[in-house]
Every structure is written in C-alpha cells, then in structure tokens.
Design a binder for this molecule. Structure first.
Ligand SMILES: C[S@@+](CC[C@H](N)C(=O)[O-])C[C@H]1O[C@@H](n2cnc3c(N)ncnc32)[C@H](O)[C@@H]1O
Length: 408
C-alpha cells in the first residue's frame, strides 16, 4: 500500500494529542478532518481508521514497536510505522507484513523484530487484546470464562446503527428513501437499521429532518424494557443528551410526559435541540442541582429510567480510548454513585409504578450486583421483574445491562 507522509504525520500527531494531551479520540479525529478540507474521502477514511485502530491496539503495537512509554514525536511516528507493518496481518489475516517507505522517521524499524515481537505479544491475552492489566483482571474476576470472548468482541469495529424515529417516519419508508440496499434490519430490534456503508449520516436531509438518530441496537432495547404506555408520566433521571428520552417519546407517541434530568446542563441543552429536531412535544428538562430536586418529586412518576453513569466497558468498540483513560479509582467511585442513584432516585416512582436500571458495562459489579443488593434491601417494597444483558460476543451489539423493577 502506498503511504502518504502527510497522512502518517497527521496520524502520529493525533495520537500524541490523545495520549499526551489526554484529549478524546473522537474529538481529535473530528477536528483534524474539519481543519483539512482538502483531504478526499480516502484520506479521511485513512485517518479515521488508523487513529481508531491504533488506539484500539495500542498496547500490542507498543509491545511490537518496543516503545515502553510514548511521549516524544519520534515515538508516535515509530508506532504509526509499526502499525502500518502489522495492520494487514492483524486486521485482514494477511500472511506477510507490509513494507515501509524509506523515510527518516521510520529509520530503525526492523520488520523481522517487529514481526517476532507481534507474534510473541499474541500469546498473552492482555497484550493480544490490548487491555490494561487491571481491566483484564476485573474482567476475569467478574466474567470468568466469558471474558475472553467478550473482550475480543469489544475490540471489533462497531457497526453503524440508527433508530428510526417513529414519530416522523416508518422503517420501510426510510429504507426506501435512503436507497434500497444501504441498510439492513436487526432481528428483535424493530426500529433499528444497520447502515452498511460508512457514510456521514449526520449530513443527510433525513437526519436533519429528525427521521432517525444514531443509536446502537443494544441501546434500543432499553426504552422498550421500561414497559411504557401512551399517557404515562416518565422520568429519565440520567438523560444525558437524550438518546433514550427521544426513544421513550416515540414509544409514548408524544402523549403523557417525559421529564429528562441530568447533572450536566450542556447535555440537557443538546437534548432539547435533538427533541426539537425529532418533533418531540411531551418532554421537559430539569437540571439536578441537589438531592432536594429528587426529594421534591417523591412518588410522582409511573415510570423511571436510571441509565446510570458507569465505566462504559460495554461500549469500548465505539470509545476504544476509554480503556486507557479509565482508572480503577473511578470504577470504585462510580459504583458508589450508582448505588446512591438507585437508592434515592427510586423514591420518585409511584406505588405500582416501574423502573429500569441500566448500564453500558459488561461488569456485574456495576449491574446485576447493584440491582440484587437493592432488591434485597427493599424486599418489602420492590420486586425485581426481569433482567436482560446484551453481549458483544453473542449478539454483536454493545454490552448493555437492564433490569426492570416494580414498586409494590
Ligand atoms: C450513561 S449516561 C446517559 C446516556 C443517556 N441516557 C442516553 O441515552 O444518551 C449517564 C448520565 O448520567 C449523568 N449523571 C452522572 N451523575 C449523575 C447523578 N448523580 N444524577 C443524575 N445524572 C447523573 C451523566 O451526566 C450522564 O449524562
């Protein structure tokens, strides 16, 4: 494959921004593409793919490149070069390594040593799956024999999935509008369409007119799990930018009411923009500035969604950089936040009402264990109705957990 120096330089620079300046990978890529308008579609695809794949396989590539800690510009060039060598073998199953152009930046990269180190790295799971020791240990501790397959699936590239906004469109009509063979349906997830080509869906008129939203198929199972019926009152207490609030609005057919809450104002602002685009009319937002806000809503809602903050270990396919940025202390802290939210926010549900507790984590300690501890503490007034897990390995969806509980 012919390599263009400008594109490799941009890849190395992007990695430096992500790993040294600690910037978010998707923001870095987005900004890079925006500021290089001259790049054609192939150049853009090269940058996006190479940056994301390098982040995904960072530990393995560092091992193959014998770079202990990447900090200097030269380290990032070396890693980008080593990745070009092993990429066809690692991603496409090719037999032999690529060759590198004779650029000064690639001086000292010996393909034989790289290949030997790469194959050696593949013998140890945390190197082969490119995951920090502590996450690998948590995965083994919590998932046992299932961890291998889940971790491998979390390293695959996620499909592009959209949810048809049934307030404005029908699945079949949208498929026809988008062109006959661009999408495919997802069994068991009625409003989901997989977009088979990597296109910029946000640039389509159908997106700008609110006919669909980008949302993983696993995530699309959560709002229906809450068992909402038209006319009900619903609170989405960790609504963020509203992926699930918008889905709930569609399930309620714009009737009843949705109160979307979060502790971050800018997310609720984005939610309001999306709700307007989606033609949602039954939704209001409320910032949670103190626990008093929650207390004032005691026993007011038929349905409550707690899509709690979590490690995000179920969505690594989409955010591969989070495995490097996540720290064990954060996981300890977030489990306490989850328990606090479940304990206190559940009081907003009316007697006879229902709530869903959901995470985008594959770890039971953030999910099943939290719900079971809550159900044990509240045997007299709450019943665990059902639980469901999506599995990246089994379903090809992101890794979500959802539990439905009913207040007696
Ligand atoms: C998993 S995200 C929500 C994603 C969102 N439901 C969606 O579908 O797009 C979790 C959200 O919880 C919010 N959050 C964190 N701590 C919170 C708290 N104590 N109370 C309410 N929301 C909180 C975060 O700001 C974040 O937006």
């Amino acid at each position: 494959m012919k390599l263009y120096k400008g594109l490799v330089a941009a890849t190395a620079e992007a990695l430096q921004d992500i790993f040294v300046k600690n910037r978010q990978a998707d923001r870095v890529v987005e900004q890079l593409l925006k500021s290089n308008k001259k790049w054609g579609a192939r150049d853009r695809a090269f940058i996006a793919e190479n940056v994301y794949e390098l982040v995904r396989w960072w530990r393995l590539v560092k091992y193959a490149a014998q770079v202990e800690k990447a900090s200097e510009t030269a380290d990032f060039w070396r890693l980008a070069g080593v990745w070009q060598l092993i990429k066809p073998v690692h991603l496409a199953g090719a037999e032999v390594l690529e060759t590198l152009p004779e650029w000064a930046e690639f001086e000292g990269i010996d393909p034989h040593t790289v290949e030997a180190r790469y194959r050696e790295g593949l013998q140890t799971r945390k190197l082969a799956q490119s995951v920090p020791d502590w996450i690998d240990e948590a995965g083994v501790r919590e998932l046992g024999g299932k961890w291998d397959a889940e971790m491998a699936a979390l390293n695959r590239t996620a499909p592009l999935v959209v949810r048809v906004n049934t307030l404005k469109a029908h699945v079949q009509a949208l498929r026809e509008q988008l062109s006959a063979d661009l999408t495919e349906t997802v069994p068991g997830v009625p409003d989901a369409l997989i977009v088979k080509k990597r296109i910029n869906v946000a640039g389509l008129d159908s997106f700008k007119n609110g006919l669909f939203e980008v949302q993983d198929a696993g995530s699309q199972l959560i709002a229906p799990f809450l068992d909402v019926q038209p006319g009900m009152s619903v609170i989405d207490a960790c609504a963020g930018a509203g992926g699930k609030s918008l889905h709930l609005a569609a399930l309620l057919q714009n009737t009843g009411s949705i109160l979307s809450m979060d502790i971050e104002h800018h997310k609720l602002q984005e939610l309001e923009r999306r709700a307007a685009r989606n033609g949602v009319k039954n939704l209001t937002t409320m910032l949670i500035s103190s626990d008093k806000i929650i207390e004032n809503l005691a026993e007011t809602t038929d349905r409550l969604l707690l899509d709690v903050p979590c490690s995000g270990l179920g969505v690594l396919r989409r955010n591969p950089d989070s495995k490097w940025k996540l720290k064990p202390e954060f996981l300890d802290k977030i489990r306490k936040v989850q328990a606090h939210i479940l304990e206190n926010y559940s009081k907003m549900v009316k007697k006879g009402g229902k709530m869903v507790y959901a995470t985008c984590s594959v770890l039971p300690s953030e999910s099943e264990d939290q719900v079971q501890a809550f159900a044990r503490r509240h045997k007299a007034d709450w019943k665990l109705v059902s639980e469901h897990r999506t599995s990246p390995a089994r379903d090809g969806f992101d890794g979500f957990y959802m539990a439905l509980l009913e207040r007696k």
